[in-house]
Write a new protein. Sequence first.
Length: 133
Amino acid sequence: MQDRLVAAVMDLETLLASSCRRRILRVLSSNGRANVMELVRKVNSTYNQVNSNLQILRNEGIIFDEHFGRMRVIRLNKENPRTTLLLQALKILETSEDMQPSKNRKPQLGKTVSEKERKSLQNDKLHRRKMRI
């Protein structure tokens, strides 16, 4: 019994190892469902990277997809107990990341932002837009 629990924890650790997969899970947990291109935009990644991570999550039974014509809509498989464990682990990780100071962290809403930080954020947004084109 304990070996199975350790194996499940190791699998969850592997599933959470990719930052892209973590962002996909955050989007799906907050929105409920999303089509693939919506996920690509929201996680700020490439189609190939999102698609390969979706395949991993699908093979593990964490998500499933529905087809509506050509559109593929991705949803969390909430009937799978591993999905619940994965989302709980993700929440714990987010909480621990929020407690640690980081140089690259974006300022939180409601806090004052210096002129230099604001310009830096605007330049980052412009750079991301150019990379999408």
